[in-house]
Design a protein. Structure first.
Length: 69
């Protein structure tokens, strides 16, 4: 929780240093950035999980080439 609060504070300070003064706009952009990052991580995890399951299937087929469990 503290790390998240620190990241939000840093983003607010960064945007204010760039000249943005509208607090609502700053917070909405910080929220948007956070959601984009979360969605990217979720997508990356789906790709990784798919690759892991594909490789597990390959290993299983290697040891059981007839396809029987």
């Amino acid at each position: 929780m503290r790390k998240a609060a620190k990241l939000v504070t840093e983003q607010i300070q960064y945007r204010m240093a760039k000249g943005e003064v509208n607090t609502e706009k700053i917070l909405s952009m910080v929220c948007l950035d956070a959601m984009v990052a979360r969605l990217k991580v979720e997508q990356d995890m789906k790709i990784i999980a798919n690759e892991v399951f594909t490789q597990l299937d390959n290993v299983q087929n290697h040891f059981n080439p007839s396809g029987q469990s």
